[in-house]
Each structure stands twice: as structure tokens, then as C-alpha cells.
Design a protein around this ligand. Structure first.
Ligand SMILES: Nc1ncnc2c1ncn2[C@@H]1O[C@H](COP(=O)(O)OP(=O)(O)OP(=O)(O)O)[C@@H](O)[C@H]1O
Length: 770
């Protein structure tokens, strides 16, 4: 057994790898025999493994890994390392395999997917973007082919037909969002044959922590016919004239903004003497608040960029443009008004699905990532997943230096720029990770000003991004990138062709510098992990200042340090404070996740009631049977005139229409309820209890109501001269499923909390005068 395997067997809290490591010798022992086989014989060996059900017993697991290894060697010219096979076995057992950057997760994932597929389970490999889905499917295709497993992929451009074909393969690669949108569209079909996504079996999630934790809260939305909400230019102008600190105050975390009394007076005056808190006209205050949020809390080039006349959001966890995302409701339009760009179309939300619910549909889920242990608790709590820590193939020799702390941002930047210049002078490649796009642009400008040429990575498309990041290990390269840009791409020392590898190795390999620590240690580790792949030399260091948001917002104390002449703070207790601040920030993120989860849980329960009913209408003619009971005479008449089949078709369409219509309306109600629920803080009641207290009765009778409406509509139907029943005549028009987008996580606790603060003030005032 390799030393590296022995080293990490007993990581506390992680899956015990011993049952897997015990098999490694047997797997290796199969190799000489398998090498003798022809390609066709090897395929046959793989196919033979399909003669039993999951899970694999020890004998078959050995065979699968041995055959998979030999097939990978022949087709990809890569013989899977022992540790990669440990990853395969962990995945087959439904775990998250933690494997460091560059350890070859793609291959482990593919062998596991093939293992599931050979046993008749359809595997969906979920990537973070379309580019990776296609790249990985095409890259692994020869391997799948030799194992007798059909593989396919889906991208944004794929047509419905292509999607259906792709999903019918044994293994399908897709981005989380494309899969989610397909599931949403499938929920609206009126005929079983229109569906594209088969029943879920296995989800293998790449970059699992990013998808399951960072993106879990993001709802994917399917919206109908477009309607344009007007731009609120008036309010955008109004808030532009307000003075921060005088007319409004921002809370220390930058998540909330509140008008002061002076601000209220100013707004009321400028709006021609309105009363913002007029109980008879509550329409103005939310408009002011939305505009104020957009103005004061959302910063251009930090939260969004303006490109080609459009506001494009920046995905915080990936630090790149999130093409498909938008803010909830009016906030998007408010930012567009602020930036004076055209207000984009929105549409009626037909249904939505969080990434978390999407993944939980799969009876078996597993995945791989470089950083899972730090969120092991969340993976267990939300997904019932355990983490298997797979040791690296070659020990990691990257040198991770301690954090360098400075008093001010300026001093931090000076120190970083100086370090970059010094390191660059030796030819050693440098990769700098920034917190946001604005930071990376500012830093790049500064470096260029200092005569240092650098490549800035942000806002490009995934493929370009991958190509650029692949060169970050080139001799003399300086690459400035936001956190996740180019994730999933290998950084080889000496450039993608490794031409200059020796020279770069001599200088110590890739040097990763963080321009500030991230809101979670996991994100720090991801950036560090870009250096030191497969036993390469490398180093990492983080530059932090007391003024950084992470420290300023989360540290208990930010004064009283002793700084040296260049602003450096070397006192240990201050350095520990940075770790502390990061832990506080992690705790807050977890709380947000938990909260969203609780809200969504109830919505999911209600949704599943509707979906189950819908299924019975689609597959089992439930609508027809109900309408036969509810409108017996009319039903009989229609059968007489148009035939039973046509009547059943009309009954199905009408029933589905009212179910879907009802769900869309209920969804809108829940969204509104959830926003408004924060007002209940007034009564110091738990908002979640309040939400449930309203949402549960609101759903009561949902199915009966839909059924009653269907009966009303059905009663009006007529048979036309062609002998068909035109349901459009009675108002049954399917919404166009025009829009798909992801709602960006609400950047603030609630837009309405601002209102709450004000109401509280008013009530207190009222109490005093009473
Ligand atoms: N067994 C192997 N033998 C030789 N090369 C391998 C082997 N497995 C993987 N590789 C190579 O290692 C590189 C990294 O593989 P891969 O991109 O799958 O890593 P990863 O773990 O997904 O990294 P990242 O975290 O950056 O996504 C690729 O160039 C791949 O071809």
C-alpha cells in the first residue's frame, strides 16, 4: 500500500477508508490478466458486471475498479492511481469524496458513473457550468465507450429533442442549472411524452461543496409570458440626492440600509409632501426602499457589472458573472433604474426549484470536491452525505504561509504589490485571488502602473476563462483572478504544455496570493489548492487588513493593535482574530442556509402534493375521472359527440391548467408572505412559525379549489365542427415557458426589514403619546 494511503486513513469525522484500501491489492492483482484481453473482451468483462443489482459486493467492486483502470489506461492513457480508485469506491457508496485539486476527480467521477450505469442506474454528472459538462463528457467518452456505457451531455443550446436523447443515455453530464430548468419545464407538460428528464436515480455532483452549500439556496425559476415592470427613475433620482450618514444609515455588515428621520423628511418633501408612512397609501415606501437598497448596498463592480447595456450579477461564491441570475422582484428593476439601463423583462413565476431540492430528488447522491470536510456538518444535515477524505496521490508539499495582517487596506495593497514585484522578478508565476471584480481591476491597474504586466480574469466566458487560467503556471506570468474563475482547469507548471516546467519548479512553483481572506476557510483553501497539484512545489499566502470587510464586520475588536512602520501587525492574538472573524462569518452563512432550508421545506411539501396529483392526471386520467363525477351530464354529452379519447384529452388539459394556475398563484402568495413576514418581528414572534401559520391554511383546499375551477371551465366546453374540443375557447391557454433564470440569493435579510425599523420607531412614538 502506498504511504500516502496509509497516512490519512483515520481522519476523524470522515468515512473510514479501510474497507476500500483493503481491496487495492486485489485490484492490482487483476491487472496482468486484464492486460491480455482484447478491447472487445474488456468491454464484455464490464458488461458482465451488469448481471447483479447495486450495491457491488467486494468481488465485483474489485472487478469494476480493475476493468475501469485498464479501460482508462487504454483509452485515456491514464492509469488511475490507487487514490482515484478509493474515490470511485467512496462515490459508489454514496459519499462525497474529498480529493485535492488536480488529483483527477473527473476520472474518478466517470468510473463511478460507469459503475452505477452498468448496474442499470442512470447517472447524472452535475457540473458547475455548461463548458465543464461538455468538456468532461467528451473527454471521458472513449472510456465510457470501452466500458459499454452510453454517455451524453446537455448545454444551454440543446434543443428539447437533443435533451431527451441526451437524458436517455446511461450517463448524462449537465450543468446544475440546465438540469434544473429541464426539471421545471417537465413539471409543466400536458402530455407524458413531452417530458425529457427521466426519473432520477443517481446524482454525481462535481465541485460538490460549491453546488450543495454555496449555491444551495439559489432558486432556479421558470417564468411565463414576459411583462416589463416600469423603471422607477424617479426614485433612483431621489435616493441619489440623499447623503449617507445623514439621510440614511447602513448597518455595519452592509446588509441593511435605513432612512433616518432627516432622510424621511427629505424624501417626503421631495416627493411633494407625501407621508411615507401613510397607512392608506403604502405604495411609496417600498419604492423608496428598493431604490435605496439598489443605491446604497449594491455596488457596481462588486455585486454587479454593467455590460452591453445590461446589469449582470456577479456570483459571490464563484466571483464571476452569473449570466442567468437576477435579483428578486423589484430589486433588479431598481438597480437597472439606478444604472439608467433598460429595464429587463421579467415574467410571471410559474414555478421555482432550489438547487437543494433538485439534488434531493435523487435517491442516491454523491460527489467530489477539493474542500468538503469544512462543511461536513452541513452536508450531513441537509443531504445525509458523509465525506470520505481521499489522500493525495503524492504528498502535498505546498508551503502555506501564515496570514500577513496590515492596519489599512492601502498598506495591505502596498505590501502585496511589493511581494508580487519581488516574486515576479525571479520568473516565478503568481496567481492573485481577489474578493471581487472591482478589486481585481484596481489591483491590475496598480500592477500595470508599476510596470508589471498581468492577465485579469473575470467576466469572460467559461471556455476563455479555462484557457487563460490554464496558462497561470507559465514562467513569469501574473494572473489576477476572482475566487472561482477558471475552476476545474488544471494549472500546470511551465504553462499548459509544461514547456518551462523545470525553470518554474526551480523557482518554487506557482505562488498563490490572496488579496484578503474569504468569508469561509473553505474558499481560502480552494484558492490555495490551485498551487501544489500532484506533489508540485508551490506556496500560498493571504494578505489581510483590519479594514477588510471580513475583519471589520466580524471581529470583536478592531482597535488597539500595534503596527510596524509599514502597517504590518505581527502580534499573534491579532492574527488569531482574523481566524475568529472568519469563523463568525461562517456561522452566519450557515444560519442563512438553515433558514432558507426551513422555509423551503414547507413549500416543497406543498409542491409535492401538487406534483403527485398532477402525475395522476397525466398518467392515470384522474382529471377525466373527476370531471365525469363532477359534470356527469356534460361529460356524457361530450363523449357522445367527440368521443371518449377527445373528452379525456380536454379534461386533462383543463385539470392541469387549473392545477398549474393555482400553484403559480399560491407560489406568488408564498413569496409575498415570506417577504412580509418580517413585519411580524414587531410582535416578537418567530417569523418561520408565522410563515407556516399562514402558509398551511392557505394551501388547505388547494386541490378542491383547482378541481372546482376545472369543473366550471369544463362545463363551458363545446365540440366544434371538426369534432374536437377547443380548450382555448374556454380560456385554457398554457403560459409560454419563456424565461429561465436563477434568482440571486437575496443580498439582504429582507428589503422589508428597513420598513420594520421605521415602523418600530413610529409605534414607539405612538406609544409615548398615547
Ligand atoms: N491517473 C492519472 N494519470 C495521469 N494523469 C492523470 C490521471 N488522472 C488525472 N490525470 C490528469 O490530471 C489532471 C487533473 O485532472 P482533473 O481535472 O480531473 O483534476 P481535478 O481533481 O478535477 O482538479 P480540479 O480541482 O482542478 O478540478 C488532468 O490533466 C488529467 O488528465
Amino acid at each position: 500500500m502506498a504511504d500516502s494511503v496509509r497516512r490519512l486513513l483515520g481522519k476523524p469525522g470522515a468515512v473510514d477508508l479501510r474497507p476500500y484500501t483493503k481491496l487495492l491489492e486485489s485490484i492490482e492483482a487483476r491487472e496482468p490478466d486484464l492486460r491480455e484481453l482484447s478491447d472487445a473482451e474488456l468491454t464484455e468483462k464490464a458488461t458482465d458486471l451488469g448481471n447483479a443489482d447495486l450495491p457491488y459486493d467486494r468481488h465485483d467492486l474489485v472487478e469494476l475498479c480493475a476493468v475501469g483502470r485498464e479501460a482508462a489506461r487504454r483509452t485515456l492513457d491514464e492509469r488511475p492511481y490507487d487514490v482515484q480508485l478509493l474515490g470511485v469506491m467512496a462515490l459508489l457508496d454514496g459519499h462525497i469524496a474529498e480529493m485535492a485539486t488536480g488529483e483527477g476527480k473527473t476520472l474518478s467521477g466517470a468510473l463511478a458513473a460507469a459503475g452505477f450505469a452498468l448496474r442499470g442506474q442512470r447517472a447524472h454528472v452535475l457540473s458547475v457550468n455548461d463548458y465543464l459538462a461538455r468538456r468532461d463528457a467528451e473527454w471521458m467518452a472513449p472510456l465510457y465507450d470501452m466500458l459499454g456505457v452510453a454517455v451524453s451531455w446537455i448545454g444551454e443550446e440543446s434543443t428539447r429533442e437533443e435533451r431527451r436523447a441526451a437524458y436517455s443515455a446511461d450517463v448524462t453530464y449537465a450543468s446544475v442549472s440546465e438540469l434544473g430548468f429541464d426539471v421545471l419545464r417537465d413539471r409543466m407538460v400536458t402530455d407524458l411524452d413531452e417530458r425529457v428528464v427521466p426519473a432520477p436515480d443517481i446524482a454525481i455532483i462535481d465541485e460538490a461543496d460549491s453546488v450543495l452549500v454555496d449555491e444551495a439556496r439559489v432558486p432556479l425559476v421558470l417564468a411565463g409570458a414576459a411583462e416589463t415592470a416600469g423603471a422607477d427613475a424617479e426614485m433612483a433620482e431621489l435616493v441619489r440626492r440623499l447623503t449617507p450618514g445623514v439621510d440614511y444609515e447602513i448597518d455595519p455588515e452592509g446588509r441593511n440600509v435605513q432612512l433616518t428621520d432627516a432622510g424621511i423628511d427629505k424624501c417626503e418633501q421631495e416627493l411633494g409632501g407625501v407621508d411615507l408612512y401613510d397607512e392608506d397609501d403604502t405604495s411609496v415606501l417600498p419604492r423608496v426602499n428598493l431604490a435605496l437598497h439598489a443605491h446604497a448596498l449594491l455596488q457596481r463592480d462588486v455585486h454587479y457589472v454593467v455590460r452591453d447595456g445590461e446589469v449582470r450579477l456577479i456570483n459571490e461564491s464563484r466571483g464571476r458573472i452569473a449570466l442567468l441570475q437576477r435579483w428578486p422582484d423589484g430589486l433588479q428593476a431598481a438597480v437597472e433604474a439606478k444604472e439608467k439601463v433598460d429595464v429587463s423583462d421579467t415574467g410571471e413565476v410559474l414555478d421555482s426549484l432550489t438547487v437543494q431540492s433538485l439534488v434531493l430528488r435523487y435517491p442516491t447522491r454523491c460527489g467530489m470536491t477539493g474542500t468538503a470536510m469544512a462543511v461536513a456538518e452541513q452536508l450531513r444535515e441537509f443531504y445525509e452525505l458523509e465525506v470520505a477524505v481521499i489522500p493525495p496521490n503524492k504528498p502535498c508539499i505546498r508551503e502555506d504561509e501564515g496570514t500577513r495582517l496590515y492596519a489599512t487596506r492601502e498598506e495591505k495593497e502596498d505590501a502585496l504589490a511589493e511581494e508580487i514585484a519581488e516574486v515576479h522578478a525571479t520568473g516565478r508565476p503568481v496567481l492573485v485571488g481577489t474578493q471581487d471584480v472591482a478589486e481585481s481591476e484596481l489591483l491590475a491597474k496598480r500592477l500595470t502602473g508599476d510596470g508589471l504586466e498581468c492577465v485579469v480574469l473575470n467576466a469572460k466566458n467559461d471556455a476563455d476563462e479555462a484557457a487563460v487560467i490554464a496558462e497561470a503556471g507559465t514562467y513569469g506570468a501574473i494572473t489576477v483572478s476572482t475566487q472561482m474563475a477558471g475552476r476545474g482547469t488544471d494549472i500546470r507548471l511551465g504553462g499548459s504544455d509544461m514547456a518551462d516546467r523545470d525553470r518554474v519548479v526551480e523557482q518554487g512553483g506557482l505562488y498563490v496570493m490572496g488579496y484578503g481572506r474569504y468569508p469561509s476557510s473553505r474558499l481560502d483553501d480552494q484558492l490555495r489548492g490551485r498551487a501544489g497539484r500532484q506533489g508540485d512545489p508551490g506556496a500560498s499566502v493571504y494578505f489581510v487588513s483590519v479594514e477588510d470587510d471580513l475583519v471589520a464586520n466580524n471581529a470583536p475588536e478592531t482597535r488597539g493593535y500595534e503596527a510596524q512602520g509599514d502597517g504590518a501587525i505581527t502580534d499573534d492574538s491579532w492574527l488569531r482574530m482574523v481566524d475568529h472573524a472568519q469563523r463568525v462569518s461562517e456561522g452566519k452563512l450557515l444560519e442563512v442556509h438553515r433558514n432558507t432550508w426551513r422555509y423551503n421545506k414547507l413549500i416543497d411539501v406543498q409542491r409535492s402534493v401538487v406534483l403527485e396529483h398532477r402525475e395522476a392526471v397525466l398518467a392515470d386520467d384522474l382529471g377525466d375521472r373527476q370531471l365525469r363525477v363532477d359534470c356527469p351530464a356534460h361529460h356524457a354529452e361530450l363523449v357522445e359527440e367527440a368521443g371518449a379519447e377527445e373528452t379525456a384529452r380536454a379534461a386533462r388539459l383543463i385539470t392541469l391548467y387549473h392545477l398549474d394556475r393555482g400553484w403559480t398563484d399560491h407560489n406568488a402568495y408564498l413569496a409575498e408572505l415570506r417577504e412580509g413576514i418580517h413585519l411580524r418581528f414587531l410582535g416578537r414572534r418567530d417569523p418561520l412559525d408565522e410563515f407556516n401559520a399562514d402558509a398551511v391554511p392557505a394551501f388547505k383546499g388547494f386541490l378542491d379549489e383547482a378541481r372546482a375551477r376545472a369543473a366550471e371551465t369544463f362545463a363551458e366546453t363545446e365540440v366544434d365542427e371538426n369534432g374536437t374540443i377547443d380548450v382555448a375557447e374556454v380560456g385554457v391557454k398554457r403560459p409560454t415557458m419563456t424565461w429561465t433564470y436563477m434568482v440571486h440569493d437575496h443580498p439582504f435579510s429582507s428589503a422589508l426589514e428597513t420598513v420594520v425599523g421605521r415602523f418600530r420607531g413610529k409605534l414607539a412614538g405612538a406609544g409615548e403619546t398615547a
